[in-house]
Design a protein. Structure first.
Length: 229
């Protein structure tokens, strides 16, 4: 292999490595991320002079069930693999709700990355800053497929449900993921987010967004191939 070929190979290999999806599980226990998530959500709410949220076990369980479902079946959406809806999932788990909302995402490797994505999208930001009092948030990982990280946030308001004991953000310190190595990047089309609000006796509306839609990637590929001729 001559020097020029070796140089080209090095560039191609490095670029491919940079774009490879992260295949390492970021969190193995709920306790590793739930405090960080609560702190980050409440920091965003505090910036808008909104009251903080607390963690609710039932919302947490419903969120974890949905994240696990998405990871197991490799999809992102508000409708579960069995056809379940947000309102059905939180009701089935036993949460007596007045209003609920949900954010989902896939591809983001840690709390700050997924929160950045949600806060940069109007529908998800509205849920995070919405008129809710309780939060459940869940992460799930799968080693299968191209997307490995799946997230769910469930927000709720209820006159009868209670916060978990000690689930105030000040108990969890500050939000920092500085110890998490982020040397790998994702294809933009793999980083997706969706949001859904729901009120009693009202239909659930969904909204989705990607940083670069697949159609955009296809157009850029065609332009590149034409330029190379």
């Amino acid at each position: 292999m001559n020097l020029v070929s070796a140089f080209i190979f090095s560039i191609v290999f490095t670029a491919s490595a940079d774009k490879a999806p992260r295949r390492l599980q970021t969190y193995k226990q709920t306790s590793e991320y739930i405090g960080l998530m609560l702190v980050r959500v409440n920091l965003e709410r505090e910036a808008q002079r909104l009251p903080p949220l607390c963690i609710n076990t039932e919302l947490q369980q419903a969120a974890q069930r949905h994240s696990n479902d998405q990871a197991m079946h490799n999809f992102m959406g508000h409708k579960g693999s069995s056809g379940s809806t947000l309102s059905e999932r939180v009701t089935d788990i036993g949460y007596d709700w007045d209003s609920v909302a949900e954010n989902v995402a896939m591809g983001q490797v840690n709390v700050d990355e997924v929160m950045d994505g949600w806060m940069n999208s109007e529908g998800h930001r509205n849920n995070i800053l919405g008129d809710y009092t309780m939060l459940g948030a869940a992460y799930a990982f799968t080693s299968n497929g191209q997307t490995h990280h799946f997230w769910t946030q469930n927000f709720g308001r209820s006159d009868t449900e209670k916060c978990d004991d000690g689930s105030v953000s000040s108990n969890f310190g500050t939000s920092s993921n500085s110890s998490i190595e982020q040397t790998e990047t994702f294809f933009a089309s793999n980083d997706k987010v969706m949001s859904a609000p729901a009120l009693r006796n009202s239909p659930i509306n969904s909204a989705s967004s990607t940083i670069f839609p697949t159609s955009f990637v296809h157009v850029m590929l065609i332009v590149f191939l034409h330029w190379c001729r």
